[in-house]
Design a protein around this ligand. Structure first.
Ligand code: ADP
Length: 684
């Protein structure tokens, strides 16, 4: 028997492995099984090259549990190791500055394991003793047994082993008992080894017999040695992709599209990405892409490797070229990783573009589901926008789809305003904005339906990308002002009348929480509605954007501000004005003449005082000015009160206000009830 110490520089490794790498304990199994798989592939290669001339035989890697002896064994029939090889590969873990290294990476187990060839030593995270019984494929090789209890000391001795290959026997620590549970091991094999390229058996298959689960003599193979992404795309059918998707995500709906990635230059990468069908935000999950390295599962945290917007996709990526075992910040700055990310973006865009070109109908039918990904991509990545602008679609309220360019051509003639701006009209909700949509359509305008979760930022983005273009929601102004074709003619109503009319409506507007109304009088033609409510595009949009962006809560706090537009051309409004004039004239005339008088006086006082220096103005003059202002305000209030008293009893004023509110879904509760009762009384 020979005794020795594992490479002296590793004095500190075992405690580190045990203590610091706690969270990643389970990866030991991946490391053990992939070593077995590697050894198996090596023997196959040697056989192919004619170096190994013996029988390959059954190459299955076997994982077995012995609960009584508290061991977990991984056996292979690979190349095995000679005593010299054990010494070279297992005993000498020679790299310098081990302490520095360990300190630097102590929080990242993956960084140490694998990257520096410590894979095998991860077994000590869960074991108090590890044995290797191995026999090299080489002729006349002797079987050897290596034993180590977790201290740097090891023993090596001759052993009995009939067959070529290695048995790695892990004596599981008492505080890691979970790894002696069948279900736990099965789950880990399923997570890490599901697609390894050599068959891996975990015990035997079981079946129901006489009301009991009994073992059969068939191996329980836990992996698929030739997963779909390793196959040539041209040999695969849609069904194959759907089936594989179902294997990966058993409870998910069928995917929308998939992309088979397959490159070997300038880096190696294969994989299949799926666009999932998103029914609600709950389905929106990152970390559904699995990253493999030569069919060995590494992680499902792919940020940094796939572009951010594609982390919403599902599927697998397999690349031996991604530096898997380094920290995330390193990944993000690594230029190879950037290349991979750029490649994936390009590939995804190309594929979408070809589906769009080859089968536009199908593409359109899936657009509503697809749009979230594409919009997200365009918003988050400039180079994706440049590609996606040719196959991103806009949908109008009638369900027709257009590319950006097609839509521009469609509206160019009809929706360019007097300043040469192209106005894109849109609605967020077909039902709620129905009458505004209809008004726009009557004018011959097209209206887009923007009801997606990302449409608020998308609108801002498109306004920046498209030249001389503006997006306006259909209810953001009266139709003639949405797209101003020529300078609007001023309302013919004189300002006193317009004031009185406004005052009547203003006095009767309901007090709503965080809502402000501004009353306007406009000559909109006798065939247009008498009263309309509009909401300024700018304010509404700022409030919408504030929901997406932090630091804009100022806007979110602002009340919603609407305009109530009175159409002075409409007969009902004319009637109200006439009625108001005749009913209030007697009461208003003296007040108005008083107001006029006070206004004149105020103007004179202002003019007089403006000529003087501040210190020359006497107290008397100052009092005069403020008294005049006070009187004026009192008179104005008096005037408003007279009008309010009149309007209070005018059912038509109330009815028109309520109709406008109703049209915007703002009439509720007791106000709605009052409206219904009033309507009935008006019909009588
Ligand atoms: P890595 O696999 O990254 O090289 P490991 O620490 O896991 O690092 O293994 C070190 C070396 O030990 C391997 O490169 C291989 O030569 C040898 N080895 C480990 N396990 C086996 C095995 N089951 N059969 C043959 N050789 C093995």
């Amino acid at each position: 028997m020979q005794k020795g110490n594992i490479g002296v520089t590793t004095e500190n490794i075992f405690p580190v492995i045990k203590k610091f790498l706690y969270s990643d304990h389970e990866i030991f199994l991946r490391e053990m099984v992939s070593n077995a798989v590697d050894a198996t592939q090596k023997i196959k290669t040697l056989a192919d090259k004619g170096i190994f001339k013996g029988e390959l035989g059954d190459l299955t890697v076997r994982v077995s549990l012995d609960e009584k002896n508290k061991t977990l064994t991984i056996s292979d029939r690979g190349i095995g190791m000679t005593e010299e090889e054990i010494d070279k590969y297992i005993n000498q873990i020679a790299f310098s500055g081990v302490n520095d290294f360990l300190n630097k990476y102590k929080d990242n187990a993956n960084a140490i394991i694998g990257h520096f060839g410590l894979g095998f030593y991860s077994s000590f995270m869960v074991s108090n003793k590890v044995e290797i019984i191995t026999k090299s494929y080489k002729e006349d090789a002797k079987a050897v047994k290596w034993t180590c209890d977790g201290s740097p000391a090891y023993e090596i001795e001759d052993a009995e082993k009939a067959d070529r290959g290695s048995d790695i026997i892990l004596h599981i620590d008492d505080d890691c008992k979970e790894f002696l549970e069948k279900a736990r091991i099965q789950a880990l094999l399923n997570k890490y080894c599901k697609f390894m390229p050599v068959p891996v058996a975990f015990g035997k298959k079981t079946e129901w017999k006489d009301g009991k689960q009994v073992e059969t003599d068939k191996d329980n193979i836990i992996n698929d040695v030739e997963p779909l992404w390793t196959k040539t795309p041209s040999t695969l059918k849609d069904e194959d992709y759907k089936k594989f998707y179902n294997e990966l995500y058993p409870m998910q709906d069928e995917p929308l599209f998939w992309i088979h990635l397959n490159v070997d230059y300038p880096f190696n990468l294969t994989g299949i990405l799926y666009f999932p069908r998103i029914k609600s935000n709950i389905d929106l999950q990152r970390n559904k892409i699995q990253l493999y390295c030569n069919q060995v599962f590494v992680t499902d945290q792919v940020e940094g490797i796939v572009p951010e917007f594609l982390t919403l996709l599902h599927g697998v990526i397999d690349s031996p070229d991604i530096p898997l075992n380094v920290s995330r910040s390193y990944l993000q700055s690594d230029s190879d990783v950037k290349k991979i990310s750029t490649y994936i973006t390009k590939k995804v865009a190309d594929r979408l573009n070809s589906i769009f070109k080859e089968n536009r109908k199908e593409y359109e039918s899936k657009w509503d589901d697809l749009k979230l990904f594409i919009n997200y991509g365009m918003l988050s990545q400039e180079d994706f926008y440049d590609r996606a602008k040719d196959f991103a679609l806009l949908k109008d309220v009638d369900g027709k789809y257009f590319t950006f360019e097609e839509y521009k051509q469609l509206i160019k003639d009809g929706q360019t305003d007097k300043d040469g701006q192209l106005i894109y009209l849109y609605a967020n909700n077909k039902e709620e904005e129905y009458s505004y949509i209809e008004a726009a359509k009557d004018k011959g305008y097209s209206v887009l339906l923007l009801d997606g979760q990302l449409d608020v930022p998308v609108v801002s983005m498109l306004e920046q990308k498209f030249e001389k273009s503006r997006f306006m929601r259909v209810d953001s102004d009266i139709i003639d002002r949405l797209i101003v074709k020529e300078d609007v003619k001023k309302t013919e109503l004189d300002s006193d009348k317009a004031d009185n009319l406004s005052a009547a409506f203003r006095s009767q507007m309901p007090k709503l929480n965080k809502v402000e109304f501004n009353i306007e009088v406009q000559a909109l033609g006798e065939n247009n509605m008498p009263v309309m409510i509009t909401q300024s595009e700018y304010m509404r949009r700022m409030k919408d954007i504030s929901r997406f962006q932090s630091g804009m809560s100022f806007y979110a706090q602002m009340p919603d501000s609407y305009s109530l537009v009175l159409n002075s051309d409409h007969q009902l409004i004319k009637n109200i004005l006439d009625d108001e004039t005749s009913k209030c004239n007697d009461a208003l005339t003296p007040v108005i003449s008083e107001i006029k008088g006070q206004q004149a006086r105020l103007a004179a006082l202002h003019q007089n005082q403006s000529k003087k220096k501040p210190e020359e103005i006497t107290q008397e003059e100052k009092d005069d000015l403020s008294n005049t202002e006070k009187t004026l305000n009192e008179q104005r209030e008096k005037k408003n009160q007279i009008i309010a008293d009149y309007a209070k009893d005018n059912k038509i004023v109330h009815q028109l206000i309520d109709l406008a509110l109703l049209q915007n879904g703002m009439l509720k509760g007791s106000a709605l009830d009052a409206f219904i009762k009033r309507s009935v009384s008006l019909i009588k």
